[in-house]
Design a binder for this molecule. Sequence first.
Ligand code: SF4
Length: 94
Amino acid sequence: MAALRVDDKLGLVRFKVDEQGSHIAINEDCDDEKEIRLLTMACPAGLYSYEDGKLSFNYEGCLECGTCRVLSLGKLIESWNYPRGAKGVEFHRG
Ligand code: SF4
């Protein structure tokens, strides 16, 4: 079997979205552009976006890698938890 590239592996990822809400809370009032740009560049799933001075975040495709937590907990990230049981990302074939 040929080795899968990262893009191929990400194509196999499945999500069980927690309809009750996000497992990550962000400070939407944060206007620290350096901090915001750091997260928009660092999130491997591209879930943070910043346009026209407005930060938006979509938790539904979160890979639960913890990068945003490490970079910005207590700043732009107000709280970070894993999704509730049986919700969130499912990785297939590594
Ligand atoms: S945990 Fe990882 S994938 Fe999820 S929002 Fe943070 S940086 Fe993005």
